[in-house]
Design a protein around this ligand. Structure first.
Ligand SMILES: *[C@@H]1O[C@H](CO)[C@@H](O)[C@H](O)[C@H]1NC(C)=O
Ligand SMILES: *[C@@H]1O[C@H](CO)[C@@H](O)[C@H](O)[C@H]1NC(C)=O
Ligand SMILES: *[C@@H]1O[C@H](CO)[C@@H](O)[C@H](O)[C@H]1NC(C)=O
Ligand SMILES: *[C@@H]1O[C@H](CO)[C@@H](O)[C@H](O)[C@H]1NC(C)=O
Ligand SMILES: *[C@@H]1O[C@H](CO)[C@@H](O)[C@H](O)[C@H]1NC(C)=O
Ligand SMILES: *[C@@H]1O[C@H](CO)[C@@H](O)[C@H](O)[C@H]1NC(C)=O
Ligand SMILES: *[C@@H]1O[C@H](CO)[C@@H](O)[C@H](O)[C@H]1NC(C)=O
Ligand SMILES: *[C@@H]1O[C@H](CO)[C@@H](O)[C@H](O)[C@H]1NC(C)=O
Ligand SMILES: *[C@@H]1O[C@H](CO)[C@@H](O)[C@H](O)[C@H]1NC(C)=O
Ligand SMILES: *[C@@H]1O[C@H](CO)[C@@H](O)[C@H](O)[C@H]1NC(C)=O
Ligand SMILES: *[C@@H]1O[C@H](CO)[C@@H](O)[C@H](O)[C@H]1NC(C)=O
Ligand SMILES: *[C@@H]1O[C@H](CO)[C@@H](O)[C@H](O)[C@H]1NC(C)=O
Length: 836
C-alpha cells in the first residue's frame, strides 16, 4: 500500500557529445554517442526501449502502427507500455506482453467512462517528448502523463508522472462537460503485440493492488505457442480500488478472471482479440504526482516473476537501477576505444549506436526455460541466425567472447533437447528457416576462434553433422530439406521430389549456395579435429554450388543486355536448367515477393545476381568462373553501382561490399564501404537501410567503420582503413590490445587506400588478418594514400580459397594438400588451427 516515494531526478537525455575524445580520457562517455532511436522509423523496426545487454526485459511504449519493435518515431498513437520486445524484426511484431496503460482519472469519476479496450484507449504522444538512452526510455502522452522506464535483466521499473489537472483522452471519445478528478487508473491488458493471446488469467490483490497473471501467446516468426507470466506491484499512492475489465466495461468485483479463445475472437469495437485485464485505481499520489510500477517477468510462473522483481529491484530506486544499467553498458562497450580526432559526431554516433544494438540479442533466458531441465545457459531470440551469423556473432566473438561462449553452449543444449540446432528461435519456439542451416557457420566460426570454455565440441560437431546428414520431418523450422537430392544430384532441384520431409519447396538456388557453404564450415571443423574422411566429404559438397551455375545465362535490365554472362539458375531434377530472370527478387523486379512461400521463386530476398557472388569458401574458383579478376571486379562494381540492383538493407549483401579483396582490389572494397556509409548507415531516425534484425545492420556498420570485416565461418577478416585515426580492441579474455593505426588519416576520406602496412613493425602485405591478432594483440599500421596501390593485390596477399590456399599460411597450399599433411601428421588437435 501507499508508501512514500523516492526523489525525482532530472531525466537523462540523449545528447550528442561535442568533443572528439578517446574513451577513457577525461570527459568521454560512450553513452553520449548512443542514440537508441536510430532505425525506429521507416522499416528499421529497432526497439529503442530500456534494456541491459542481452536482457530478457526490454521496455518501452508500444504504438498502434509500425510496432514490430514496440515503439516508432512517427506520430502513431500509443496503446501501452510493455516489458519484452525483439529488436529489428522483419515480419510480425514480437512479444509486447501485458501492456500497462495509465489514465489520470475517469470522467465524472465513473470507471466505465475510462478507456479500457485497446482501440479506445490509444492516445497520441506529445510530439518530440520521447527520450531514450541505454537503460532508459520515456515519452509523454497527449494526456500529459509521462511514462519513464528503466530495467534489470527480468524486471522493468516504470515511473508515471500525472498532471495536476487531468487531460482528457484525445480524439477517441468525447467527454463533454465532465470533470476528471486526479485519481490515477493503471490497467494491465492480457495481450501481446501480435494480438495472439489464446488463454490467460489475471488476478488483482485488493489490499496491495498487486496484479499477477499469465497468458498463452504465439511466436512472431515460428510455430507453436508459449506461456508467459508477470507480476506488477505499485508504489507511490494509496490504493483506492481494484478490479477487472472486459471489453470496454470495468468493475470492482470479482478480482480474478480467466479467458480462453472463444472462437469468435474479438469484441464489437473491431478489436481482433477480446480486451481483458485488471486495474488498480489510486488516490492522488503522495509526492510529485508519481506512481512507480515494478513488473517482473518470467516464463516459469507468476511466483517466479514476483521473485525476479523482488530480487532485482528491492527498493524501487529508479535512479539506482538506471545508473546500474548505464554502467553495464559502459562496461560492455569498453573493449573498444577509438581516437576520433577529426571525425564528425554524427559518424561517431552511427558507430557507437550500431555497436550498442549488436548487444541487444540473443536474449539471456537462463533460469527461465520451462522446456527442459539443464545446467547449461539458455539464450533465446536468435532472431534469426540467417541474419546474425554474418556479423553479429563474429562481433560478439571479438568483443564479448564470454557471452558468445554461453550462446554456443545454449545452441548446443537446444540441439540436445530439441534434436536440432535452431536457425531461428524466439519466445521458446522454433522459428522459420530462411536458407541453410546457418548455425553450422556460427559454431564453426566460434570453433576456429577459440570460443572454447566449457563447450562440448564433440556434441557441437555431432549437431552440425546432423544438419548435413539427416533431413528433419519439418525442415521449415530446422535442419535442411532435400538432403537426398543434395547428396545424389549435388544441388537442390527446383522441382525436387522429397518424400522425407516438409518445408517450403522454394529458394532452390539460395538454399544450394548456403548448403554448400554450411558444408564447407563443417569441413573446417572436421579438419581441425583431424577427421579426414569428414573433411574430404564436406569439402567436396562445398563445391556443389557450381551445379546450379549456368555458364551462358545473360542478364537484361530495361531490355538492355548488361553484357555479363553466367549466373546461377534454377535446375530441374532431370538436369535441365530453367529460367529465373537474374534481376528477379532485386529491387528492380518483384523484390517484395521473394519470401519463404512464394512458389517459383528460387532465390530468397535477393536476386540471382546477388547469390551468384556467394561462394565465400572458394572465391578463387568463382572469380575464374566469372571470367577472371578484372571481369569479376567489373561485375562486382556493376552489382553495387547499378541503381536498385543490390539492396544493402538485407544481410546477404554485407559480404559483397568486401569481395574486391578476393580479386586483388582491396581499394574497391574501401570505395564501397564509403559508398554505403554514411549514405545508408547514419545517425538519423531512418538511418539504417533495412530491418535491423536484432542488430545485424549495426554490426555491419561497426565492423566496417573499424576497418575489418569477418568472413563468417572462417578465421579471416578483410582489412580496409578504419574510418577513425586509430582503433584499439582489447581482448576481454587475454587483455591484449589490438591496435589499428592509420598513418596519414584524412577525415575527408579521399586518402582511403592502403599503400603499405606493417604488423608489429614488419611489412604486412596480406589484405586480411586472422583472429590471433585480436587474441594476442598487436599493432597494425596502415599508410594511406588517395589512389589504389599494389598493397594486398598479389595472389599471395589474397584471402584463402579452398582451391588455392587455405589455412596453410596463404602460401599456395590447397585444402586438399592440407588434408594429405593431416594424414601424415595424424591430425591437428583442438585449437591450433589459426590461419594467420
Ligand atoms: C508529427 O506531427 C508534428 C506536428 O504535430 C509534425 O511537425 C511532424 O512532422 C510529424 N511527424 C511525422 C513523422 O509525421
Ligand atoms: C493533443 O491534444 C490537444 C488538445 O488537448 C490537441 O489539440 C492536439 O492535437 C493533440 N495531439 C498532439 C499530437 O499534440
Ligand atoms: C544480467 O545478466 C547478465 C548475463 O546475461 C549478467 O552478466 C549480469 O550480471 C546480470 N545483471 C544483474 C544485475 O544481475
Ligand atoms: C457543456 O456546457 C455548456 C455550458 O454549460 C453547454 O452549452 C454545452 O452544450 C455542454 N456540452 C456538452 C457536450 O454537454
Ligand atoms: C490459467 O489458469 C488456469 C486455472 O488455474 C490454468 O489451467 C491455465 O493453464 C492458466 N493459463 C495460463 C496461460 O497459465
Ligand atoms: C496463472 O495465473 C493464475 C491466476 O492469476 C494463477 O492462479 C496461476 O497460478 C498462474 N499459473 C502459474 C503457472 O503461475
Ligand atoms: C591504444 O592503446 C595504446 C596502448 O596500448 C595507447 O597508447 C593508445 O592511446 C590507444 N589508442 C586508443 C585509440 O585508445
Ligand atoms: C582460449 O580460450 C581459453 C578459454 O577462454 C583461454 O584460457 C585462452 O587464453 C585462450 N587462448 C588464446 C590464445 O587466447
Ligand atoms: C532503367 O530505366 C530506368 C528508368 O528509365 C532508369 O532510371 C535506370 O537508370 C535504368 N537502369 C539501367 C541499368 O539502365
Ligand atoms: C526437365 O524437366 C523440366 C521441368 O519439369 C521440363 O520443363 C523439361 O522439359 C525437362 N527436360 C527434359 C530434357 O526432359
Ligand atoms: C511480380 O510483380 C507484379 C506486380 O506486382 C505481379 O503482377 C506479378 O505477379 C509478380 N510476379 C511474380 C512471379 O511474382
Ligand atoms: C541515412 O540513411 C538512410 C537509410 O539508409 C538514408 O535513406 C538517408 O538518406 C541517409 N541520410 C543521410 C543524411 O545520408
Amino acid at each position: 500500500m501507499a508508501t512514500r516515494i523516492l526523489s525525482v531526478v532530472a531525466t537523462v537525455l540523449y545528447l550528442v557529445g561535442s568533443a572528439t575524445l578517446v574513451q577513457g580520457q577525461g570527459g568521454f562517455d560512450v553513452l553520449d554517442f548512443i542514440n537508441p532511436f536510430i532505425g525506429t522509423d521507416n522499416g528499421g523496426h529497432v526497439h529503442p526501449g530500456a534494456t541491459l545487454p542481452f536482457g530478457m526485459v526490454k521496455a518501452s511504449a508500444d504504438v498502434y502502427g509500425e510496432n514490430q519493435g514496440g515503439f516508432s518515431s512517427d506520430n502513431s498513437t500509443i496503446i501501452g507500455f510493455s516489458h519484452m520486445h525483439d529488436s529489428g524484426t522483419g515480419g510480425s511484431p514480437s512479444l509486447g506482453l501485458f501492456p500497462i496503460f495509465p489514465q489520470s482519472g475517469c470522467p465524472d469519476d465513473d470507471l466505465n467512462r475510462c478507456e479500457w479496450a485497446y482501440l479506445d484507449r490509444r492516445v497520441e504522444r506529445i510530439y518530440g517528448s520521447a527520450k531514450a538512452s541505454p537503460g532508459y526510455f520515456a515519452v509523454t502522452l497527449n494526456t500529459s502523463i509521462q511514462g519513464e522506464v528503466t530495467v534489470t535483466n527480468h524486471t522493468a521499473l516504470y515511473r508515471f508522472t500525472f498532471p495536476n489537472d487531468p487531460v482528457p483522452q484525445n480524439g477517441f471519445g468525447s467527454i463533454g462537460n465532465s470533470t476528471i478528478p486526479l485519481s490515477p487508473v493503471l490497467l494491465i491488458d492480457v495481450i501481446d503485440l501480435p494480438r495472439s493471446r489464446s488463454d490467460g488469467n489475471i488476478t488483482v490483490d485488493a489490499a496491495t493492488g498487486r496484479i499477477t497473471g499469465n497468458g498463452t501467446f504465439n511466436p512472431s516468426f515460428g510455430i507453436g505457442n508459449y506461456k508467459a507470466y508477470f507480476c506488477a506491484e505499485f508504489l507511490g499512492a494509496e490504493v483506492r480500488d481494484t478490479g477487472l475489465f472486459k471489453n470496454n466495461r470495468a468493475g470492482t468485483e470479482p478480482k480474478s478472471q480467466r479467458v480462453v479463445a472463444d472462437g469468435t475472437n474479438g469484441d464489437n469495437d473491431g478489436d481482433t482479440v477480446l480486451p481483458v485485464g485488471a486495474f488498480v485505481q489510486f488516490n492522488k499520489p503522495d509526492s510529485n504526482n508519481q506512481i512507480f510500477v515494478r513488473v517482473g517477468m518470467s516464463f516459469i510462473s507468476t511466483e517466479k516473476a514476483c521473485q525476479n522483481a523482488e530480487k532485482e529491484i528491492p527498493s524501487y530506486d529508479f535512479e539506482g537501477v538506471q545508473s546500474s544499467a548505464e554502467d553495464a553498458w559502459r562496461k560492455k562497450l569498453s573493449p573498444v576505444s577509438i581516437d576520433a580526432t577529426g571525425v564528425s559526431n554524427s559518424l561517431q554516433t552511427t558507430f557507437w549506436s550500431g555497436l550498442y544494438r549488436t548487444f541487444l540479442s540473443p536474449q539471456d533466458y537462463t533460469g527461465e526455460n520451462p522446456l527442459w531441465e539443464s545446467d547449461e545457459p539458455y539464450y533465446d531470440s536468435y532472431y534469426c541466425i540467417w541474419d546474425s551469423y554474418r556479423s553479429i556473432h563474429p562481433l560478439l566473438t571479438i568483443m564479448d567472447p564470454l557471452s558468445q561462449t554461453l550462446m554456443v553452449r545454449s545452441l548446443i543444449d537446444i540441439y540436445v533437447h530439441e534434436g536440432w540446432l535452431p536457425d531461428c528461435r524466439m519466445s521458446l519456439c522454433k522459428g522459420f528457416t530462411q536458407g541453410g542451416s546457418n548455425a553450422d557457420v556460427v559454431l564453426a566460426d566460434s570453433f576456429l576462434k577459440n570460443i572454447s570454455d566449457g563447450i562440448d565440441w564433440k556434441l557441437g560437431y555431432e549437431a552440425v553433422v546432423k544438419d548435413a546428414e539427416v533431413e528433419p520431418l519439418n525442415w521449415g523450422v530446422e535442419g535442411r530439406g532435400g538432403l537426398k537430392s543434395w547428396k545424389d544430384k549435388k544441388y537442390i532441384p527446383t522441382d525436387d521430389y522429397d518424400p522425407y520431409g516438409v518445408g517450403p519447396f522454394t529458394r532452390s538456388i539460395s538454399r544450394t549456395v548456403e548448403y554448400a557453404y554450411n558444408d564447407f564450415t563443417i569441413a573446417l571443423i572436421a579438419r581441425a579435429l583431424g577427421n579426414i574422411a569428414d573433411f574430404e566429404k564436406y569439402l567436396e559438397r562445398s563445391t556443389y554450388w557450381k551445379n546450379m551455375y549456368k555458364a551462358d545465362q545473360t542478364s537484361f535490365i530495361n531490355e538492355t543486355n548488361t553484357g555479363f554472362v553466367g549466373f546461377l539458375q534454377p535446375r530441374y531434377l532431370n538436369g535441365t536448367f530453367g529460367f529465373q530472370d537474374p534481376i528477379f527478387c532485386s529491387s528492380l523486379l518483384n523484390f517484395t515477393s521473394c519470401y519463404l512461400n512464394a512458389k517459383g521463386h528460387e532465390t530468397y530476398e535477393g536476386s540471382a545476381w546477388l547469390y551468384t557472388f556467394y561462394v565465400p569458401q572458394d572465391m578463387a574458383t568463382l572469380i575464374t568462373t566469372l571470367g577472371g579478376p578484372q571481369e569479376f571486379t567489373r561485375r562486382l562494381q556493376y552489382l553495387h553501382y547499378t541503381y536498385n540492383l543490390l539492396y544493402i538493407g538485407d544481410e546477404q549483401a554485407f559480404l559483397t561490399v568486401f569481395l574486391g579483396h578476393y580479386s586483388g582490389r582491396p581499394g574497391v572494397s574501401a570505395d564501397l564501404a564509403h559508398f554505403y556509409i554514411p549514405a545508408q548507415f547514419n545517425d538519423s531516425i531512418v538511418g539504417i537501410p533495412g530491418n535491423d534484425d536484432s542488430g545485424a545492420m549495426g554490426s555491419f556498420s561497426s565492423f566496417t567503420l573499424l576497418g575489418f570485416f569477418p568472413v563468417a565461418g572462417q578465421d579471416v577478416y578483410l582489412i580496409i582503413a578504419p574510418f577513425f585515426p586509430e582503433v584499439n580492441i582489447t581482448s576481454p579474455v587475454t587483455g591484449s590490445v589490438a591496435t589499428v593505426r592509420n598513418i596519414g588519416f584524412d577525415p575527408s576520406y579521399r586518402a582511403r587506400y592502403i599503400q603499405r602496412a606493417r604488423l608489429d613493425g614488419q611489412e604486412y602485405s596480406r589484405n586480411w588478418i586472422g583472429h590471433r591478432f585480436f587474441l594476442e594483440g598487436g599493432l597494425l599500421e596502415l599508410e594511406l594514400g588517395d589512389a589504389e596501390s599494389d598493397w594486398g593485390t598479389r595472389p599471395e596477399d589474397l584471402p584463402p580459397s579452398a582451391s588455392t590456399s587455405f589455412g596453410s599460411g596463404g602460401s599456395g597450399g590447397s585444402l586438399k594438400r592440407s588434408a594429405d599433411e593431416l594424414k601424415v601428421r595424424g591430425g591437428m588437435q583442438g585449437m591450433g588451427a589459426f590461419a594467420s
